[in-house]
Ligand binder design. Structure first.
Ligand SMILES: [Zn+2]
Length: 117
């Protein structure tokens, strides 16, 4: 696997693996209990969400690019899939000579296309 791509972030970043298991819950139970944490727009695809539930395994990356009140969350069924996806949404920036976080603006694909909130 490629090395883990860490998005530029001005505040903080978390990588979590199977947090539900530390509560003796299945992923399916946790999604039912906390649907706001698992909204569809946070998954890399509907198929990958189904795979995660079937295998009871989830990897999550959450980062706060600019302020402590705005974050991105990505859920995936495996570390490899998560890493490929996050790398992809920064691919234009990742090929730039300097992809450091420099100007207090998140430069992921979503924020570049939709503006930052
Ligand atoms: Zn962003």
């Amino acid at each position: 696997m490629d090395s883990i791509f860490i998005p530029p972030h001005g505040i903080s970043l978390f990588i979590t693996h199977d947090e539900h298991k530390s509560y003796y819950a299945t992923l399916s139970d946790d999604i039912d209990s906390f649907p706001e944490r698992y909204s569809d727009d946070r998954w890399i695809s509907p198929d990958d969400k189904m795979k995660a539930i079937a295998e009871n395994e989830i990897w999550t990356m959450q980062w706060y690019p600019v302020t402590p009140i705005g974050s991105h969350t990505i859920h995936a069924s495996s570390l490899d899939v998560m890493n490929q996806f996050v790398r992809q949404i920064f691919k234009d920036e990742a090929t730039a000579p300097d992809s450091e976080f420099v100007d207090d603006v998140c430069r992921c694909q979503s924020c570049r296309e939709n503006g930052h909130d």
